[in-house]
Design a protein around this ligand. Structure first.
Ligand code: FES
Length: 96
């Protein structure tokens, strides 16, 4: 006999992202969104925006990481290093 597939209606609703701040149950997606939309630069601003980081502070390292990731994306690309000028001897002995 084959059993009909059971419906998993009593499974907990899936949340988007992973909980980063356990004290306030804030996910990484929420934190990244508030950082991006508010162009936030400090943990205090994140705490004001969504509550994350306002408790035991054990998530502060991860909040710093998200801030760093956001800031790196918004920095202008580094200029290419200047090309070295050829000196007198380099011009004489350069391979064609
Ligand atoms: S885990 Fe974020 S404040 Fe405690």
């Amino acid at each position: 006999m084959s059993e009909a597939p059971t419906k998993k209606s009593d499974a907990p609703a899936e949340t988007e992202g992973e909980y980063i701040c356990q004290c306030f149950q804030v996910t990484d997606e929420t934190i990244k969104t508030v950082i991006r939309e508010g162009n936030l630069t400090t943990i205090e601003q994140i705490t004001e925006a969504c509550g994350a980081g306002g408790g035991c502070q054990s998530c502060h390292m991860l909040l710093d990481l998200f801030l760093d990731q956001h800031n790196k994306k918004n920095q202008p690309p580094e200029p290419e290093p200047a090309k070295k000028k050829k000196g007198f001897f380099s011009k004489l002995f350069s391979k064609a």
